[in-house]
Design a protein around this ligand. Structure first.
Ligand SMILES: [Zn+2]
Length: 517
């Protein structure tokens, strides 16, 4: 371990979840929170409790379940009702933090808040003091800090530290900063805020210019000791700084940065996969660290070098990030014991019932497909994880199609433990017919915006992964499904997306607030 520890503050469940189409329900958030705890993040920003009853519920359940293993943080605007909701949501967390924010840039003060500088400072100070009555660990963010006049930023930071803030976060809310500029902002604070050593400086960068990770690292060089980031760089617009990139840059270039994190890097790839499955948001193939091609060396000259000495072209080993490739592991005759061992090696901690369900799926898959790869097993487990949270499930489907037939689909769906519902529809093709029948049963009308198929592993008998994005009354929802049968995978993906729309229809979450930090 080298030098100072960098605090990894994960905001996948708050800032990341605000990404269009990526909303998660409470059970899904709990799954992600569990993965983040296993990954070893220092702080989980679990949500914005005042935003909606659903947000409040998620934060309080995460606080209750994981608040003894990591710090659980709740976001609040600088308003008394926000802060008291955050306090109520965090009550059962042993380690808790309230994150208060208030805009300080001229453009926000003038157009959004209609407050002058003195009023801003008074509001920020009184909010920090109020939060401090509940817990000692308080973070304050001057929203849009990267565009805030420097001397005013220093004044706000100094006064909020004096009021009790233990972390001061400097958000580049709109993704406007560049590395050198951001370095100078953080350095200026270090030099000009007299009490700065009493708080941790935090970086929060957005990727609008593709600079979020670079800016976060520049902040570390200037003395920041917390980085706010999300798995896969999830987040509104171009997203936030990607946790896996920040962590691996710090680790791979420890020689240069001279700092370290507590992240268990072998959990990066499985966690990335889980978040992608639950949100439906795909990870691009050439994404750094966790993309499918991140460790593929195809150029002939590279392969030659790699065979002689891996470090010639490889700065990280796939195993360092828990990369799961095309390893052929198991076949039809592999026993339950071998399967369980493999699941544990892949980084999942499932209870006996969950292992049994996954094993049954595995046997069914091995019947259809000769060779089962690690990536297949990952897909099976993730399928089960993401299905558990849904109200509607697919009981059966039948399709008929051909060059001279009208494509039709007959479908059985069940909502919780109510009677099974059956309906049929015709469509442009069998998949379209399945989608239409599903909408009829669930009484939802959706527009398909994106439809994407890829194979999970190799061979003609490979499992197909289907991802869909749908539009229901102007809101976007994503879903993913995996099967050796493309129609079945499509049905699962569409049902997943419709389940999300159904969840939102039933809760008050449609009107939730989305903070800009
Ligand atoms: Zn943000």
């Amino acid at each position: 371990m080298t030098g100072d520890q960098i605090i990894i503050f994960d905001t996948t469940l708050r800032d990341g979840e605000q990404s269009p189409g990526c909303s998660m329900n409470t059970r899904e958030k709990l799954e992600v929170a569990r993965a983040l705890v296993d990954l070893g993040v220092d702080v989980i920003e679990a949500g914005f409790p005042i935003a909606s009853p659903g947000d409040f519920e998620s934060v309080s359940q995460i606080a209750e379940k994981f608040g003894d293993r990591t710090t659980i943080c709740a976001l609040a605007r600088s308003r008394e009702d926000d802060i008291s909701r955050a306090k109520a949501a965090l009550v059962s967390a042993q380690n808790r933090r309230i994150h208060v924010f208030l805009a300080t840039s001229a453009i926000h003060m003038e157009f959004k808040l209609r407050m002058d500088k003195q009023q801003i400072i008074e509001r920020a100070v009184s909010s920090v003091k109020s939060a401090k009555e509940f817990c000692d660990d308080i973070e304050f963010s001057p929203e849009d800090a990267a565009r805030t006049e420097l001397d005013f930023l220093c004044e706000v930071v100094e006064k909020t530290i004096a009021a009790g803030a233990t972390t001061v976060n400097i958000p580049d809310t709109v993704g406007y900063a560049t590395p050198n500029h951001y370095f100078k902002v953080i350095s200026y604070l270090k030099q000009n805020v007299p009490n700065i050593s009493r708080a941790v400086i935090s970086a929060h960068c957005h990727d609008d210019l593709g600079l979020a990770v670079a800016n976060s690292l520049a902040a570390v060089e200037a003395g920041a000791r917390q980085i706010e980031c999300t798995i896969n760089g999830l987040g509104e617009r171009a997203g936030n700084a990607a946790l896996e990139e920040v962590v691996m840059a710090i680790r791979t270039r420890a020689d240069y940065y001279g700092v370290h994190t507590k992240i268990n890097t072998q959990r990066l790839y499985p966690t990335s996969h889980l978040v992608s499955t639950i949100t439906g948001m795909k990870v691009q193939r050439n994404k750094a660290i966790v993309g499918q091609n991140a460790f593929a060396h195809e150029a002939g000259i590279h392969q030659h070098g790699m065979l002689q000495e891996r470090s010639t072209y490889e700065i990280m080993r796939p195993a360092d990030v828990g990369y799961v490739g095309q390893n052929l592991v198991l076949g039809k005759h592999s026993g339950r014991h071998a399967f369980r061992d493999r699941v544990i090696q892949l980084g999942f901690s499932l209870d006996d019932a969950a292992i049994q369900r996954a094993f049954d799926d595995f046997i069914a898959l091995a019947d259809k497909k000769k060779e089962v790869y690690d990536s297949d097993i990952l897909a099976l487990i993730e399928n089960r994880l993401s299905d558990a949270a849904d109200r509607w499930r697919l009981v059966s489907f039948h399709t008929s199609a051909g060059s001279s037939a009208i494509p039709t689909a007959t479908l059985e769906l069940q909502c919780e433990d109510q009677p099974v519902l059956c309906d049929a529809a015709i469509g442009d093709g069998p998949i379209d017919a399945v989608f239409k029948a599903m909408e009829r049963i669930m009484e939802l009308s959706a527009r398909l915006e994106e439809f994407d198929v890829r194979s999970v592993s190799e061979g003609k008998d490979a499992q197909g992964e289907v991802r869909v994005t749908i539009d229901v009354s102007g809101r976007h929802f994503q879903g993913k499904g995996v099967s050796t049968d493309i129609i079945e995978a499509s049905a699962h993906a569409y049902l997943k997306a419709l389940n999300k729309a159904d969840h939102e229809r039933r809760s008050a979450d449609a009107a939730r607030l989305s903070p800009q930090t």
